[in-house]
Design a protein around this ligand. Sequence first.
Ligand SMILES: Nc1ncnc2c1ncn2[C@@H]1O[C@H](COP(=O)(O)OP(=O)(O)OP(=O)(O)O)[C@@H](O)[C@H]1O
Ligand SMILES: [Mg+2]
Length: 345
Amino acid sequence: MVPSSHFAAYDLLATGVLLVNAESRIDYLNSSAESLIGISGALLVGQAFETVFENSPEFRSAFTTALKSRETVTEYDIAIQVNGHPPVRVSCTVNVHDDPGETVIELRTADQRLRIARQENIRAQQEASRELLRNLAHEIKNPLGGIRGAAQLLERELPRESLREYTQVIIKEADRLQSLMERLLTPHRLPTLSRVNIHEVLERVRSLLLAETPRGIRIVRDYDVSLPELKADSEQLIQAVLNIARNAVQAMKGEGELIFRTRVARQVTLGNKRHRLALRLDIVDNGPGIPESLKDHVFFPLVSGREGGSGLGLPLAQTLVAQNHGVIEFDSVPGYTNFSIYFPV
Ligand SMILES: Nc1ncnc2c1ncn2[C@@H]1O[C@H](COP(=O)(O)OP(=O)(O)OP(=O)(O)O)[C@@H](O)[C@H]1O
Ligand SMILES: [Mg+2]
């Protein structure tokens, strides 16, 4: 092993640097790499690369491809996860040095522009599908009223009481569809902006949740109380956060921990605008995670992985957050799901 003092200059770099020796063991991490991955180098040095990153298939494959091909490999926006730690999204460049057989890996936070571009793209798609559904809901609502009314008239004319069973089915099902259509059509009122303390929003959500939540669920508050106030519609924020947190509680099935964390975020791009300062709210749960098959679609209306779910919670949360100039992102693996909401301040 090479003494880490040897590499002291690497600690001055903003880019994360990870050195792997010819035996594929980790020799060194600079401090940027430590803070990117969120783990102290002392815990990793000397360990086999493959073992440390066993849950990061894209990262491992970049490493092996570079070793085999002896060429520089760059991957954008991949997930890295060290056991027991939250995954992070990074871009990496892997370089193999022939001489000492050492591999140099550079790590940067995933290219913000790339992520945002993707987000914009998804948001446009979601807007289109929401519009389509609203139109459809509108078309369904009117004839539904007719069907229900006719069933009621028919019921009065029935020769036998026992036949009412059938008209009642028609009426009940029409009512059920009607209420679904109503929810699809929820008028989107414009936000009324005022100064909002995000922690007051969270406290409201917390008390609402506690009232409807089984005792096995714990809600941990990790607030940065020095955060500035937002200009937003507090009722809309409460609704958005509640929808996200309620999903977490439902996913945990009565047993688990929910974390509300607030932090300052610097230099973030929201929508198409770069903000020097923003606020980040994390809603973290340790439930089973979002099924892989749903991950690309959870913000689309009517997408649900839950028995009895109508799939309207997240699309509404996203609309509300967007109306308040914020952005929602999530990361989810079994045992760790984090919905982050960013707001400009
Ligand atoms: N924290 C989470 N953990 C696991 N799965 C989640 C989580 N949050 C959302 N999901 C998945 O995303 C799906 C969509 O969520 P959404 O809130 O839009 O709809 P829903 O909860 O099914 O129905 P509704 O909110 O309208 O009652 C959920 O059904 C669930 O499968
Ligand atoms: Mg929901």
